[in-house]
Structure formats: C-alpha cells, structure tokens
Design a binder for this molecule. Structure first.
Ligand code: AKG
Length: 247
C-alpha cells in the first residue's frame, strides 16, 4: 500500500528508533536469521509512546482485520534496520513453526512499514509470490527464487503469514529501515508475550482497542477468559461483556 504513512510520522518513528538504539546500546545479533549487520529493536510498545499509533493505524489494521478477523492480536512489534553489507536473510514463512498442515487459512498476517525507501539494492523484503498456497514451508537456508518488494518510504507491505519471504541483502551504503508490525489470530499464541513484556502501568495507559489487540480481551466471548471475565478486568477494572456460555 503506497502513501500509507505520512512523512512526518515516518520521521518521528525513525528518530525514536535511533534514540532507543543509542540509549540502550542495541547492536546487531549474530545469527543468520536476524543478521549480523541488522539492528532489531523488539517490544517497541514498552519503549516509547509513539509506537502506540502503529498497531491501530487506519491504513493497515482494517486490512488485517479482514484477513484474520477483528479479534486478531498483536503478535510482535519490532524494527528491522538492515545495515550496509548485510547478507540476504534465509527465505522463511512467519507461520512455519505452527503445526498446521498447509495450505491453511491465515493465522498470521504481517506488515512491513517502509521508513526508508525499500529497493532491491538496499535490502527490500524479498517475496515468493503465491507461495502461501503451497503445501509446505521453504527448506531453510536453501536458495528460492524471489522478487524484491520495492516500495517508497511511507508504504506498507502486508502478507499472509504463510508467504515465503526474507529481508534482502544490502549492497548500498545506506541503512534500510523498517517496522515489522505483526498480527496473529486471536486464538493462537503471540510471538512476543504482550501481557508480561509490556509493564502493566504502561498498558493501562493504552487505548481500549490497543489493549484488546495486546490480548486484554476475550476472543469470541471465550478464549482468554479468567473466571469468565475478560483479562481487561484485572488490568484496569473495566466492566466486561458476558462470556459466550452466559448469553
Ligand atoms: O526485514 C525484512 O524485510 C523481513 C524480515 C523478516 O521477514 C523476518 O525477520 O521475519
């Protein structure tokens, strides 16, 4: 989706990522999946108020709700800044550790926000079009033909979690900066633990929709309840609807 994120918001997000990287001394990991010249900052909702606007963004969330359903959850929110000289990431599917026979209906729907232009040369996400319909995930570490999803800054790439893809190699002298805003169905486990990873005093300040997306809600009136109440009640005392059995 082009022109999804206004330039000023891209600027502010980029500044904030640089601030966190510097203040926390975050450096690249050293494994072939995360890369050795790529700075990744995880759990962004715990690291700055500006990130609260990302999961609920009006350009992206309605599409994800259409792919999953409105009971979807935030699976993870992190930044991926691919530095000069980084090698291509192995092609993978974001749902490949989930033990469901493929192809299956989407249980993961992920997005990549371009905070810089994404080009073939600077490491634009590489995708294997149509691969979400295959009956298997890619063999890890093997070569798979792929295409660079080039996009201008402010664009967002959204994909079915079974799609084969990976970060590209960066052959330029500029960093490719992206935000990986990932969602999952309301009935599966989130990749980053949102209830323990985000301090409760921070989560209490989030909007009701954002709290729901973190998992402070009950999927279809049942999944995630505590004593037949929504976990939102323990978070902030909110009144909760009846559980499905009591309707
Ligand atoms: O950085 C990218 O373009 C994709 C990263 C990715 O697919 C991942 O880390 O799971």
């Amino acid at each position: 989706m082009e022109d999804a994120i206004p330039a000023e918001f891209c600027d502010s997000l980029t500044e904030e990522l640089l601030r966190i990287e510097k203040e926390e001394g975050i450096v690249p990991a050293a494994n072939d999946f995360e890369g050795s010249r790529t700075v990744r900052i995880y759990n962004l909702l715990a690291r700055g108020a500006i990130f609260e606007r990302v999961p609920v963004h009006e350009s992206v969330l309605p599409i994800v709700e259409g792919v999953l359903d409105p009971g979807c959850l935030i699976s993870s929110l992190s930044s991926i800044s691919i530095g000069p000289g980084e090698a291509a990431q192995p092609i993978h599917a974001d749902d490949q550790l989930i033990g469901l026979a493929k192809p299956h209906a989407p249980v993961v729907c992920n997005s990549m926000w371009a905070l810089s232009d994404f080009t073939e040369a600077n490491g634009a996400t590489r995708i294997v079009p149509g691969s979400h319909t295959r009956d298997h995930s890619p063999a890890y570490g093997k070569h798979h033909e792929s295409a660079a999803a080039e996009m201008a800054r402010g664009s967002v790439l959204i994909w079915h979690g079974s799609l084969w893809h990976g970060g590209g190699a960066n052959r330029t002298d500029q960093t490719r900066v992206g935000i990986a805003m990932n969602y999952c169905a309301g009935f599966i486990r989130q990749q980053e633990n949102q209830q323990l990873g985000i301090p409760l005093e921070i989560a209490r300040g989030f909007s009701p929709r954002l709290r729901e997306l973190l998992g402070y809600g009950v999927y279809r009136g049942l999944i995630g309840h505590i004593d037949k109440q929504s976990p939102a009640r323990l978070l902030d005392g909110s009144a909760t609807a009846k559980i499905v059995w009591d309707r």
